[in-house]
Design a protein around this ligand. Structure first.
Ligand SMILES: Nc1ncnc2c1ncn2[C@@H]1O[C@H](COP(=O)(O)OP(=O)(O)OP(=O)(O)O)[C@@H](O)[C@H]1O
Ligand SMILES: [Mg+2]
Length: 260
């Protein structure tokens, strides 16, 4: 059974893209077949994977508007497969609206139809989404079976959690009733494992058992690896970032079967 996961937080700089790449790489090392999807017009996942988006003619944008199939644009990298983004992706937000006017079908829904058979080739499909809520975020959530909340302790408040939960709930009730929040992880945590987490107590209560035990600590090598367009295992496999992402991936694998 393919697990299709949106890495979700509608704030910038919380570590979504880094985590998408490194969780994907760790899962691949654990023997899983992994597809990563860049649905952010900033194209950072594509760049972190070492692909220059300017050299690409087609991307997730062309899949989103039904112009090509995912198998036509997929890039096979040593560990993971990637559906890359190009600058055009920005236009998909507008095109989704036009598609609805012209064809009476939401572009976000068509995206799920365009991709679902292809996704079955993988054990894990992970979406990287934008730092603001858009129709591209909706497209990812509609095509997903699961959501992982990416939590940055310093900024995670009751208000932002409520907004995220509302977005997921809206998608569940309108388009994807089986979508489930199946995990939350702390990204970019300062200090050692034992130090106090500055999570609001209400957030702790709400996320409760969804929180993975592993926290991704702030790590210089993780930060540098993105600039070098490498995953953390390739860049510095002995770093604490590599240890954290591998521990998190093992917890994710342990969930298999639980949410099907
Ligand atoms: N564990 C970490 N330790 C140190 N630096 C990190 C860590 N995780 C991410 N970073 C750095 O933080 C910055 C933001 O990370 P990333 O691009 O993954 O965030 P994001 O949530 O995807 O941001 P955006 O929403 O703007 O796309 C990057 O420069 C990245 O290298
Ligand atoms: Mg990002």
């Amino acid at each position: 059974m393919t697990r299709i996961i949106t890495n979700f937080n509608e704030k910038g700089g919380v570590g979504k893209t880094c985590s998408t790449l490194n969780i994907g790489a760790a899962l691949s090392i654990l023997g899983k077949k992994v597809l990563l999807i860049d649905l952010d017009p900033s194209r950072k996942l594509t760049k972190y994977c070492g692909i220059n988006p300017e050299t690409l003619e087609k991307s997730t944008y062309h899949v989103a508007i039904g112009y090509v199939k995912p198998e036509d644009i997929v890039i096979q990298l040593p560990k993971i497969d990637l559906l890359p983004a190009t600058k055009d992706l920005e236009a998909a937000i507008e095109d989704f609206v036009l598609m609805r006017e012209r064809h009476g079908r939401m572009g976000e829904l068509l995206f799920r139809e365009q991709t679902k058979d292809f996704f079955m080739n993988y054990d894990y499909v992970i979406f990287d989404t934008m730092p603001t809520h858009s129709k591209l975020t909706d497209a990812a959530l509609i095509a997903s079976t699961e959501v992982f909340m990416v939590v940055l302790p310093e900024y995670f408040s009751v208000d932002s959690l409520a907004d995220l939960l509302q977005t997921v709930q809206d998608i569940q009730s309108a388009h994807n009733p089986t979508l489930q929040i199946t995990g939350a992880y702390i990204a970019r945590k300062h200090g050692g494992f034992g130090s106090h987490l500055n999570l609001d107590s209400h957030v702790k209560e709400s996320l409760g058992k969804l929180l993975f035990n592993t926290k991704i600590r702030t790590c210089e090598s993780v930060n540098n690896s993105t600039g070098h367009h490498r995953d953390i295992f390739e860049y510095d496999k002995k770093s604490r970032g590599a240890k954290d992402y591998m521990a998190l991936a093992k917890e994710i694998v342990q969930q298999e079967g639980k949410y099907e």
